[in-house]
Write a protein that binds this ligand. Structure first.
Ligand SMILES: [Zn+2]
Length: 134
């Protein structure tokens, strides 16, 4: 058993190994292959195999700099997507608590709290007042 581990260590020397992108690819392979079995879609199975080959290719790659760059790009993209998602969720939460009206005069967007009944809203831009139900 130790010999095998030693051999593996020698084999992995100078090779890239696992990173965050690698983990996503590995989990992705599992999910895609599982889906292809459940849904019985051959195309998904092929996609799963391609992703599997890609993830092994990255793990055993000797081009460490390039693989590192790929992972950095992936992390940046993931960060952007996550922050976009949280902004989107904030907006949904906001919509539950607030109403947005357009000023009838200047079309300025005005945010007012929901559930206050009929209220008079004063436009901050043109100072016009209008009554709306929230
Ligand atoms: Zn206005």
């Amino acid at each position: 058993m130790n010999r095998l581990r030693e051999r593996m260590a020698v084999f992995m020397q100078g090779r890239y190994g696992m990173d965050q992108l690698g983990k996503v690819l590995t989990y992705g392979t599992g999910i895609i292959l599982l889906l292809s079995m459940i849904l019985k879609v051959d195309f998904l199975y092929m996609v799963g195999i391609v992703v599997l080959i890609l993830s092994y290719f990255r793990i055993f790659s000797r081009n460490i700099g390039k693989r590192y760059d790929e992972n950095q790009k992936f992390l940046t993209l993931r960060y952007k997507m996550l922050s976009k998602k949280s902004k989107f969720m904030d907006r949904i939460k906001d919509r539950k608590k607030n109403c947005i009206f357009n000023c009838p005069n200047c079309k300025q967007k005005i945010r007012v709290p929901k559930g206050k009944g009929k209220i008079s809203i004063k436009c901050p831009k043109c100072r016009i007042e209008f009554v709306k139900k929230t």
